[in-house]
Design a protein around this ligand. Structure first.
Ligand code: ZN
Ligand code: ZN
Length: 110
């Protein structure tokens, strides 16, 4: 079990997904960013970790259709483009959080 987990997921805008975390953090994701960072084997080469998804082929208005919990560690998203194999772990979601606080802490680690 991760040290944090989503307590609430909601659509914040047509193209935004908001996650409220158990540690009080709030993340608002542009949904296309989540689609582009899909970690499944069709989007990322399993052995090399290299991204094989053609970002240009992902439509600008792609949106989540269905979001399912995946165990206690991840969510699965079904997208309007038919893609539904992505399992987004809480850790991955947090690493994608676009807020200034998270960006700053990522940059200080690099
Ligand atoms: Zn994928
Ligand atoms: Zn954040």
């Amino acid at each position: 079990m991760a040290e944090y987990y989503p307590v609430k997921l909601r659509q914040a805008g047509e193209f935004e997904l908001e996650i409220s975390w158990s540690d009080g953090h709030e993340s608002v994701y542009p949904v296309r960013v989540l689609r582009l960072n899909c970690p499944c084997a069709l989007c990322v080469h399993e052995l090399s970790g290299r991204k094989i998804l053609d970002e240009a082929a992902v439509s600008a208005d792609v949106k989540p259709m269905v979001i399912n919990p995946e165990g206690r560690y991840a969510i699965n998203i079904h997208w309007t483009d038919g893609h539904k194999t992505g399992i987004y772990t809480y850790e991955l979601l947090r690493s994608l959080c676009p807020c200034s606080e998270c960006r700053a802490s990522r940059e200080s680690k690099d």
